[in-house]
Write a protein that binds this ligand. Sequence first.
Ligand SMILES: [Zn+2]
Length: 383
Amino acid sequence: MLCCCVVVLLCDLFVCFFVCFVREFFQALTMNEYSFINDDKPLLPLYWLAIRLTSVNAYIYEFLDKLFKKIYTKKERMWKMLLKSRKESENLLLYRSLFLRMSLCEKDVSHYQRLEKGYAGELLFDQYVSSLTNEFLLLNDVLLDFGNNLFQMDSLAIFQESVLLFEIKNFEGDFIVRGDRWYTLSDKEIKNPLEQLQRSESLLRRFLQEHGCMLPIEPFLVFVNPEFTLYQAPMKTPIIYPTQIQRLLRTLANKPTKTTHLHEKMANKLLTHHLSTSPIIRKPDYSYEILQKGIYCSHCYTFFKEATETRLVCSCGTIESIDDAIVRSVHEFMLLFPDRLVTTNGIYEWCGGVVKSRRLIRRVLLQNFKRYGNKRSTYFSGS
Ligand SMILES: [Zn+2]
């Protein structure tokens, strides 16, 4: 009798397991639009049979149902992946910090403003792309070195049949093209962005070929600012004007998307060769002594006046935990002064007295950075 019960229970379990598996497997495949499922549905009779045969124990069924859902949802998510998100470049962070802490010359200020504007344009483009729901691999802000040629790509979208390379520009105002040269309306020549795109495209193609990828590259020069106008532009260029962005998105939404592990492999190749720190070509002159000390709000960039034991509150409404603010300040200090040691006293001074307790700074340093040296001369490092 007992044996019979055990056998029945085991059979029941097996059927539940089988039904859940077939169902979730079937759904996962359908979601991914595998053609053999869409064309003739060979698994359907099997699925129907499994449903009919089952005498379901509700609890077990529910448990297994959840389990398989979890497994397959994870798998499904893998297909729509943002493999590399965008963050501010070290160059931008350095100029921003110096802009807020000292007075820069006019040339450096306009360079800084260009960096901020460029980054804002890239974020705007990211917003457009995030509205797409189809499957492709997306890598933002990739910096590669191919044969001693550094090249940076604002966005790369890997689709089933091609790699899309986006150079994003947040130009504002009127520009004019004469031959191969670009000018502002006041006749000041600017760097030709099409040449920049062609260079990146050529280097990327060579990089991909060297790593065994023969997918064609589709380059786009995207102007995101609605205030941008270009006169005398040649017709056959990969330029996307602000008024054409929606059309571009519709085209992307209709692209064939069935990325495989080969596409993922290629994306991983790009990621492993990405240089995380870009060389900062020109730095303004600055020294520790002339910089304003303190912690500024990460939203409106005004300096905090005071802090509580746990947080900093800005008049703009931004609230930041004291730990996060100290960690942010330490990273800023390291970026500006890579040769200086990070010590508790040093960071206390760098925070400009906003954080009243040295002990608090020491705790945050101990928790977030690697400690070196002995008790008398302790210093910290990010790695
Ligand atoms: Zn603020």
